[in-house]
Design a protein around this ligand. Structure first.
Ligand SMILES: Cc1cc2nc3c(=O)[nH]c(=O)nc-3n(C[C@H](O)[C@H](O)[C@H](O)COP(=O)(O)OP(=O)(O)OC[C@H]3O[C@@H](n4cnc5c(N)ncnc54)[C@H](O)[C@@H]3O)c2cc1C
Length: 223
């Protein structure tokens, strides 16, 4: 059984090309010429956003691969204006590929390969007695171990992955390729970075926001 952290794989788009295309299309609204200077093109996009003329930035999309828990992915796919390609628990046999869970932010456990024994646990080939863990972490670890073993044993007993998947918990790791246009990314970032949003989702999307700001400044600098 492996415990892993959330991760974002960023599929970079050419920022200059995005700025050029939004200028080319957006300036049709005003019959204005596309300027040569990068700054003027960026200023045009910032003005569109400021006046809420944001349908223009729907002309460009960005794709991202999230590695996260099933529970965060369940919230992500509630956003309707996008497209998703998610790892299938019906087709993937986790007995073969290894059962992986996302470490929750409340746990102080380290990521890595775990194996449990009566007197302690093995993390990445090194043995640790149980008393090296907080009670909550030990309880969490042993619960997940039981879940993973239950899944594995059901596959050994002849269940198909699409049947055994019923026993996987919501913290099971998933990968989900996600594509939104820029307007929708702004909406999702604004909604999911709020204090009311689910914390693991908020942590992941806050990191994404910073990467978007660095890579696509004129589209995200105001949020
Ligand atoms: C803090 C928080 C708590 C939540 N709690 C729950 C909960 O308890 N139970 C639950 O079921 N869900 C819950 N949700 C999910 C929430 O209700 C939305 O389904 C989800 O966040 C998707 O966002 P969205 O509605 O803005 O739509 P998106 O699908 O992201 O669409 C983007 C925008 O397009 C427009 N739009 C899209 N579709 C339509 C439409 N059919 N009609 C009109 N306008 C449309 C809207 O302006 C919308 O904001 C929660 C979300 C948050 C952030």
């Amino acid at each position: 059984m492996e415990l892993v952290k959330q991760n974002i794989e960023f599929i970079a788009e050419d920022y200059n090309k995005m700025v050029d295309i939004i200028n080319l299309l957006g300036r049709k609204c005003y019959n204005s010429e596309v300027p040569d200077s990068r700054e003027e093109k960026e200023e045009f996009i910032k003005r569109l956003i400021k006046m809420n003329h944001t349908s223009v930035i729907e002309h460009r999309i960005i794709s991202v691969i999230f590695t996260t828990s099933r529970s965060v992915a369940n919230e992500l796919v509630r956003h309707r204006l996008g497209n998703y390609s998610q790892a299938s628990t019906r087709y993937i046999n986790y007995k073969k590929h290894g059962v992986k869970f996302i470490l929750p932010e409340f746990s102080t456990l380290s990521p890595g390969h775990y194996s449990l024994q009566d007197s302690g646990y093995i993390l990445n080939d090194k043995f640790y007695p149980w008393n090296t863990l907080r009670f909550e972490d030990a309880a969490y670890l042993s619960h997940l171990w039981d879940q993973a073993e239950f899944y594995r044993n059901n596959i050994i007993d002849g269940l198909k992955p699409e049947e055994a998947k019923e026993f996987l918990p919501l913290c099971t790791r998933t990968e989900i390729g996600t594509t939104f246009n820029i307007r929708q990314w702004r909406h999702v970032i604004q909604q999911r970075t709020s204090k009311q949003a689910y914390k693991p989702f908020r942590i992941m999307i806050t990191e994404l926001k910073e990467r978007f700001k660095a890579n696509y400044p004129c589209f995200f600098e105001d949020i």
